[in-house]
Write a protein that binds this ligand. Sequence first.
Ligand code: UT7
Length: 320
Amino acid sequence: MKIIGTGSALPKKIVTNDMLSEFLDTSDEWVTARTGINTRHIITTERFEDLATEAAGRAIDASGLCPDDIDFIICSNVSNLYVTPHLSAIIQANLGIKGPNCPTMDVNSACVGFVYGLDLCDALLTTGRARNILLVAAEECTRFCDWNDRNCTVLFGDGAAAVVVTKGDSLIYSKLTSVPMPDVIVYKNPMEPTPYETREGIDTRMPLQMKGREVFRMAVTSASRDISKAVDTAGLSLDDIDHFLLHQANLRINEAIRENLKQPDSKFPTNVQRFGNTSSASIPLLLDEGVREGRIRRGDTMLFSAFGAGFVTGTMILKY
Ligand code: UT7
Protein backbone atom coordinates (compact mmCIF):
# COMPACT_ATOMS: atom_id res chain seq x y z
CA MET A 1 0.00 0.00 0.00
CA LYS A 2 0.91 3.63 -0.17
CA ILE A 3 -0.63 6.78 1.30
CA ILE A 4 -1.73 9.18 -1.44
CA GLY A 5 -3.63 11.81 0.55
CA THR A 6 -3.94 13.12 4.10
CA GLY A 7 -6.43 15.44 5.81
CA SER A 8 -7.54 16.54 9.26
CA ALA A 9 -10.11 18.62 11.11
CA LEU A 10 -10.28 19.98 14.65
CA PRO A 11 -13.12 21.48 16.65
CA LYS A 12 -12.81 25.25 16.99
CA LYS A 13 -13.05 25.55 20.78
CA ILE A 14 -9.59 25.69 22.36
CA VAL A 15 -9.45 25.02 26.10
CA THR A 16 -6.40 25.98 28.16
CA ASN A 17 -5.22 24.38 31.39
CA ASP A 18 -6.19 27.57 33.23
CA MET A 19 -9.75 27.20 31.93
CA LEU A 20 -9.89 23.66 33.37
CA SER A 21 -8.51 24.82 36.72
CA GLU A 22 -11.54 27.10 37.09
CA PHE A 23 -13.67 24.05 37.96
CA LEU A 24 -11.13 21.26 38.63
CA ASP A 25 -8.57 20.96 41.41
CA THR A 26 -5.64 21.23 38.99
CA SER A 27 -3.26 23.86 37.63
CA ASP A 28 -1.50 24.85 34.44
CA GLU A 29 1.77 24.18 36.23
CA TRP A 30 0.82 20.55 37.10
CA VAL A 31 -0.62 19.65 33.69
CA THR A 32 2.26 21.22 31.76
CA ALA A 33 4.95 19.64 33.94
CA ARG A 34 3.39 16.13 34.08
CA THR A 35 2.05 15.85 30.54
CA GLY A 36 3.37 18.67 28.33
CA ILE A 37 -0.22 19.55 27.41
CA ASN A 38 -1.05 23.26 27.21
CA THR A 39 -4.33 23.29 25.27
CA ARG A 40 -6.81 20.89 23.65
CA HIS A 41 -9.62 21.29 21.09
CA ILE A 42 -13.04 20.28 22.39
CA ILE A 43 -16.25 19.66 20.45
CA THR A 44 -18.94 22.17 21.39
CA THR A 45 -21.28 23.20 18.58
CA GLU A 46 -19.86 20.89 15.91
CA ARG A 47 -21.24 17.46 15.16
CA PHE A 48 -18.61 14.78 15.53
CA GLU A 49 -19.59 13.04 12.29
CA ASP A 50 -19.17 16.33 10.39
CA LEU A 51 -15.65 16.72 11.76
CA ALA A 52 -14.81 13.17 10.65
CA THR A 53 -16.30 13.86 7.21
CA GLU A 54 -14.33 17.11 6.87
CA ALA A 55 -11.05 15.30 7.57
CA ALA A 56 -12.06 12.56 5.10
CA GLY A 57 -12.96 15.10 2.39
CA ARG A 58 -9.60 16.83 2.77
CA ALA A 59 -7.72 13.53 2.45
CA ILE A 60 -9.68 12.63 -0.70
CA ASP A 61 -9.01 16.10 -2.20
CA ALA A 62 -5.30 15.75 -1.43
CA SER A 63 -5.22 12.31 -3.07
CA GLY A 64 -6.48 13.67 -6.40
CA LEU A 65 -9.30 11.09 -6.38
CA CYS A 66 -13.00 11.83 -6.14
CA PRO A 67 -15.31 10.30 -3.50
CA ASP A 68 -16.74 7.77 -5.95
CA ASP A 69 -13.25 6.30 -6.50
CA ILE A 70 -13.24 5.13 -2.86
CA ASP A 71 -14.23 1.46 -2.63
CA PHE A 72 -13.70 0.78 1.08
CA ILE A 73 -14.05 2.97 4.17
CA ILE A 74 -12.57 2.11 7.55
CA CYS A 75 -13.06 4.36 10.55
CA SER A 76 -11.19 4.07 13.83
CA ASN A 77 -13.00 5.45 16.85
CA VAL A 78 -13.22 4.55 20.50
CA SER A 79 -16.49 6.18 21.38
CA ASN A 80 -19.08 8.26 19.61
CA LEU A 81 -22.77 9.04 19.88
CA TYR A 82 -23.72 6.44 17.28
CA VAL A 83 -23.32 2.87 18.43
CA THR A 84 -25.06 2.00 15.18
CA PRO A 85 -24.86 2.77 12.33
CA HIS A 86 -21.11 2.75 12.47
CA LEU A 87 -19.30 6.01 11.85
CA SER A 88 -17.79 4.93 8.52
CA ALA A 89 -21.32 4.38 7.12
CA ILE A 90 -22.27 7.89 8.22
CA ILE A 91 -19.12 9.30 6.61
CA GLN A 92 -19.99 7.43 3.41
CA ALA A 93 -23.44 9.05 3.38
CA ASN A 94 -22.03 12.51 4.14
CA LEU A 95 -19.50 12.20 1.32
CA GLY A 96 -22.31 11.21 -1.09
CA ILE A 97 -20.73 7.84 -1.92
CA LYS A 98 -23.77 5.85 -3.04
CA GLY A 99 -22.41 2.32 -2.93
CA PRO A 100 -23.22 -0.53 -2.89
CA ASN A 101 -19.64 -1.42 -3.81
CA CYS A 102 -17.96 0.46 -0.99
CA PRO A 103 -18.05 -1.61 2.22
CA THR A 104 -17.72 0.31 5.48
CA MET A 105 -16.48 -0.85 8.85
CA ASP A 106 -15.31 0.63 12.13
CA VAL A 107 -12.28 -0.44 14.12
CA ASN A 108 -11.93 0.07 17.86
CA SER A 109 -8.40 -0.72 18.90
CA ALA A 110 -8.20 2.31 21.16
CA CYS A 111 -5.29 4.66 20.52
CA VAL A 112 -3.73 2.14 18.12
CA GLY A 113 -6.79 2.11 15.83
CA PHE A 114 -5.09 4.06 13.04
CA VAL A 115 -2.15 1.64 12.84
CA TYR A 116 -4.50 -1.36 13.09
CA GLY A 117 -6.63 0.18 10.33
CA LEU A 118 -3.64 0.82 8.09
CA ASP A 119 -2.49 -2.78 8.51
CA LEU A 120 -5.97 -3.92 7.48
CA CYS A 121 -5.81 -1.59 4.45
CA ASP A 122 -2.61 -3.30 3.36
CA ALA A 123 -4.25 -6.72 3.65
CA LEU A 124 -7.30 -5.60 1.64
CA LEU A 125 -5.15 -4.03 -1.08
CA THR A 126 -2.74 -6.96 -1.26
CA THR A 127 -5.58 -9.46 -1.65
CA GLY A 128 -7.30 -7.31 -4.27
CA ARG A 129 -10.43 -6.72 -2.20
CA ALA A 130 -10.13 -2.96 -2.54
CA ARG A 131 -8.33 -0.44 -4.74
CA ASN A 132 -8.69 2.91 -2.95
CA ILE A 133 -9.39 2.91 0.78
CA LEU A 134 -10.39 5.84 2.97
CA LEU A 135 -9.12 5.38 6.53
CA VAL A 136 -10.45 7.89 9.05
CA ALA A 137 -9.46 8.16 12.72
CA ALA A 138 -12.01 10.31 14.52
CA GLU A 139 -12.16 10.70 18.27
CA GLU A 140 -14.23 12.66 20.76
CA CYS A 141 -12.44 11.42 23.86
CA THR A 142 -13.71 14.32 25.95
CA ARG A 143 -17.17 12.69 25.91
CA PHE A 144 -16.13 9.76 28.04
CA CYS A 145 -14.39 11.74 30.74
CA ASP A 146 -15.98 12.51 34.07
CA TRP A 147 -15.66 16.28 34.08
CA ASN A 148 -15.38 16.30 37.88
CA ASP A 149 -12.34 13.98 37.74
CA ARG A 150 -9.02 15.74 37.22
CA ASN A 151 -7.14 12.47 36.59
CA CYS A 152 -8.43 11.92 33.05
CA THR A 153 -10.11 15.14 31.98
CA VAL A 154 -6.91 17.16 31.65
CA LEU A 155 -5.40 14.58 29.27
CA PHE A 156 -7.77 14.36 26.32
CA GLY A 157 -8.84 16.35 23.27
CA ASP A 158 -11.06 15.82 20.22
CA GLY A 159 -10.04 15.64 16.57
CA ALA A 160 -10.15 13.73 13.31
CA ALA A 161 -7.64 12.84 10.63
CA ALA A 162 -7.75 10.67 7.53
CA VAL A 163 -5.65 9.11 4.80
CA VAL A 164 -6.41 7.65 1.39
CA VAL A 165 -4.40 4.53 0.60
CA THR A 166 -3.98 2.68 -2.64
CA LYS A 167 -1.85 -0.13 -4.00
CA GLY A 168 1.89 0.53 -3.73
CA ASP A 169 5.10 -0.62 -2.14
CA SER A 170 5.52 1.83 0.76
CA LEU A 171 5.09 -0.60 3.60
CA ILE A 172 8.36 -1.94 4.98
CA TYR A 173 7.26 -3.43 8.30
CA SER A 174 4.10 -3.84 10.34
CA LYS A 175 3.50 -5.54 13.67
CA LEU A 176 0.37 -5.46 15.83
CA THR A 177 0.23 -6.86 19.35
CA SER A 178 -2.39 -7.40 22.04
CA VAL A 179 -1.87 -8.52 25.62
CA PRO A 180 -5.09 -8.96 27.61
CA MET A 181 -5.07 -6.36 30.40
CA PRO A 182 -8.67 -5.19 30.39
CA ASP A 183 -8.50 -3.07 33.52
CA VAL A 184 -5.70 -0.59 32.80
CA ILE A 185 -7.88 1.78 30.73
CA VAL A 186 -11.65 1.17 30.89
CA TYR A 187 -14.75 3.02 29.75
CA LYS A 188 -18.19 1.38 29.77
CA ASN A 189 -21.12 2.78 27.83
CA PRO A 190 -24.09 3.73 29.97
CA MET A 191 -26.62 0.84 29.74
CA GLU A 192 -30.17 0.85 31.00
CA PRO A 193 -31.07 -2.32 32.94
CA THR A 194 -33.77 -4.46 31.31
CA PRO A 195 -36.90 -5.51 33.26
CA TYR A 196 -35.33 -8.99 33.46
CA GLU A 197 -32.08 -7.77 34.97
CA THR A 198 -31.39 -9.63 38.19
CA ARG A 199 -27.91 -8.36 39.02
CA GLU A 200 -27.78 -5.70 41.69
CA GLY A 201 -25.83 -2.53 41.05
CA ILE A 202 -25.58 -2.76 37.24
CA ASP A 203 -23.30 0.02 35.96
CA THR A 204 -25.41 2.72 34.37
CA ARG A 205 -22.52 5.13 34.17
CA MET A 206 -18.82 4.37 34.30
CA PRO A 207 -16.64 7.19 33.03
CA LEU A 208 -13.09 6.59 31.90
CA GLN A 209 -10.87 4.96 34.49
CA MET A 210 -7.17 4.57 34.00
CA LYS A 211 -4.15 3.26 35.89
CA GLY A 212 -2.02 6.16 34.75
CA ARG A 213 1.37 5.17 36.15
CA GLU A 214 1.03 1.58 34.92
CA VAL A 215 0.08 2.74 31.42
CA PHE A 216 3.00 5.18 31.46
CA ARG A 217 5.49 2.40 32.29
CA MET A 218 4.03 -0.07 29.80
CA ALA A 219 3.98 2.56 27.05
CA VAL A 220 7.65 3.44 27.42
CA THR A 221 8.79 -0.19 27.73
CA SER A 222 6.68 -1.59 24.91
CA ALA A 223 7.30 1.23 22.42
CA SER A 224 11.08 1.24 23.01
CA ARG A 225 11.15 -2.55 22.53
CA ASP A 226 8.76 -2.60 19.53
CA ILE A 227 10.64 0.16 17.69
CA SER A 228 14.05 -1.46 18.16
CA LYS A 229 12.66 -4.79 16.98
CA ALA A 230 10.98 -3.14 13.99
CA VAL A 231 14.15 -1.57 12.61
CA ASP A 232 16.18 -4.75 13.28
CA THR A 233 13.63 -6.96 11.52
CA ALA A 234 13.43 -4.56 8.60
CA GLY A 235 17.23 -4.62 8.25
CA LEU A 236 17.44 -0.91 9.05
CA SER A 237 19.05 1.15 11.78
CA LEU A 238 17.35 3.81 13.88
CA ASP A 239 19.35 6.40 11.93
CA ASP A 240 17.53 5.34 8.73
CA ILE A 241 14.21 6.58 10.16
CA ASP A 242 13.50 10.21 9.19
CA HIS A 243 10.36 10.69 11.31
CA PHE A 244 9.19 8.86 14.43
CA LEU A 245 5.45 9.49 14.65
CA LEU A 246 4.51 8.30 18.13
CA HIS A 247 1.08 8.23 19.71
CA GLN A 248 0.64 11.52 21.56
CA ALA A 249 -0.51 10.79 25.11
CA ASN A 250 2.08 12.49 27.25
CA LEU A 251 5.20 14.41 26.24
CA ARG A 252 7.15 12.69 29.04
CA ILE A 253 6.31 9.25 27.60
CA ASN A 254 7.63 10.27 24.18
CA GLU A 255 10.69 11.91 25.68
CA ALA A 256 11.53 8.71 27.61
CA ILE A 257 11.14 6.61 24.43
CA ARG A 258 13.32 9.06 22.49
CA GLU A 259 16.02 8.91 25.17
CA ASN A 260 15.95 5.09 25.14
CA LEU A 261 16.43 5.16 21.37
CA LYS A 262 19.11 7.90 21.53
CA GLN A 263 17.69 9.76 18.56
CA PRO A 264 17.52 13.54 18.00
CA ASP A 265 14.50 15.53 19.11
CA SER A 266 14.00 16.89 15.59
CA LYS A 267 12.88 13.44 14.35
CA PHE A 268 9.98 13.30 16.85
CA PRO A 269 7.23 15.72 15.87
CA THR A 270 4.68 16.39 18.63
CA ASN A 271 1.21 17.85 18.86
CA VAL A 272 0.15 16.76 22.34
CA GLN A 273 1.02 20.24 23.66
CA ARG A 274 -1.73 21.76 21.48
CA PHE A 275 -4.24 18.92 21.04
CA GLY A 276 -3.91 16.74 24.16
CA ASN A 277 -4.37 12.99 23.68
CA THR A 278 -6.63 12.54 20.64
CA SER A 279 -6.42 8.72 20.82
CA SER A 280 -6.16 7.08 17.40
CA ALA A 281 -6.31 10.46 15.63
CA SER A 282 -2.98 11.60 17.08
CA ILE A 283 -0.63 9.90 14.56
CA PRO A 284 -2.59 10.83 11.40
CA LEU A 285 -2.90 14.39 12.77
CA LEU A 286 0.90 14.50 13.08
CA LEU A 287 1.22 13.04 9.59
CA ASP A 288 -1.15 15.54 8.00
CA GLU A 289 0.58 18.48 9.71
CA GLY A 290 3.99 17.24 8.62
CA VAL A 291 2.89 16.73 5.02
CA ARG A 292 1.10 20.07 4.72
CA GLU A 293 4.00 21.98 6.29
CA GLY A 294 6.47 20.24 3.95
CA ARG A 295 8.44 18.55 6.74
CA ILE A 296 7.42 15.05 5.62
CA ARG A 297 8.34 14.58 1.97
CA ARG A 298 7.86 11.82 -0.59
CA GLY A 299 10.50 9.14 -0.09
CA ASP A 300 11.02 9.87 3.63
CA THR A 301 11.02 6.86 5.94
CA MET A 302 8.46 7.09 8.74
CA LEU A 303 7.91 4.93 11.79
CA PHE A 304 4.50 4.87 13.49
CA SER A 305 4.29 3.57 17.06
CA ALA A 306 1.16 3.51 19.21
CA PHE A 307 -0.08 1.93 22.44
CA GLY A 308 -3.47 1.85 24.08
CA ALA A 309 -6.25 0.18 26.04
CA GLY A 310 -6.32 -3.59 25.67
CA PHE A 311 -3.29 -3.49 26.07
CA VAL A 312 -2.52 -3.15 22.37
CA THR A 313 0.42 -1.81 20.39
CA GLY A 314 1.14 -1.22 16.73
CA THR A 315 4.41 -0.44 14.97
CA MET A 316 4.83 0.30 11.30
CA ILE A 317 7.68 1.46 9.08
CA LEU A 318 6.79 2.92 5.70
CA LYS A 319 8.04 5.25 3.01
CA TYR A 320 5.92 8.32 2.47
O1 UT7 B 1 -3.63 6.86 25.26
C1 UT7 B 1 -3.28 6.23 26.46
C2 UT7 B 1 -3.96 6.94 27.58
N1 UT7 B 1 -3.31 7.10 28.82
C3 UT7 B 1 -2.03 7.47 29.07
O2 UT7 B 1 -1.19 7.56 28.26
C4 UT7 B 1 -1.72 7.78 30.53
C5 UT7 B 1 -0.29 7.55 30.89
N2 UT7 B 1 0.00 8.10 32.18
C6 UT7 B 1 0.26 9.42 32.36
O3 UT7 B 1 0.30 10.17 31.41
C7 UT7 B 1 0.55 9.90 33.77
O4 UT7 B 1 0.64 8.79 34.64
C8 UT7 B 1 -0.54 10.90 34.30
C9 UT7 B 1 -0.43 12.22 33.55
C10 UT7 B 1 -1.93 10.31 34.13
C11 UT7 B 1 -0.29 11.18 35.79
O5 UT7 B 1 1.04 11.67 35.95
P1 UT7 B 1 1.99 11.07 37.09
O6 UT7 B 1 3.25 11.79 37.02
O7 UT7 B 1 2.01 9.58 36.89
O8 UT7 B 1 1.21 11.51 38.40
P2 UT7 B 1 0.58 10.58 39.54
O9 UT7 B 1 -0.59 9.83 39.05
O10 UT7 B 1 1.70 9.82 40.19
O11 UT7 B 1 0.07 11.68 40.57
C12 UT7 B 1 0.98 12.58 41.26
C13 UT7 B 1 0.16 13.51 42.13
C14 UT7 B 1 -0.90 12.80 42.97
O12 UT7 B 1 -0.96 13.46 44.22
P3 UT7 B 1 -0.16 12.90 45.49
O13 UT7 B 1 -0.70 11.50 45.72
O14 UT7 B 1 1.29 12.90 45.12
O15 UT7 B 1 -0.51 13.88 46.56
C15 UT7 B 1 -2.19 13.01 42.22
O16 UT7 B 1 -3.32 13.01 43.08
O17 UT7 B 1 -0.58 14.43 41.30
C16 UT7 B 1 -1.98 14.40 41.67
N3 UT7 B 1 -2.76 14.65 40.47
C17 UT7 B 1 -3.06 15.88 40.04
N4 UT7 B 1 -2.78 17.10 40.52
C18 UT7 B 1 -3.22 18.16 39.84
C19 UT7 B 1 -3.27 13.74 39.60
N5 UT7 B 1 -3.91 14.37 38.59
C20 UT7 B 1 -3.80 15.70 38.84
C21 UT7 B 1 -4.23 16.86 38.16
N6 UT7 B 1 -3.92 18.06 38.68
N7 UT7 B 1 -4.92 16.80 37.00
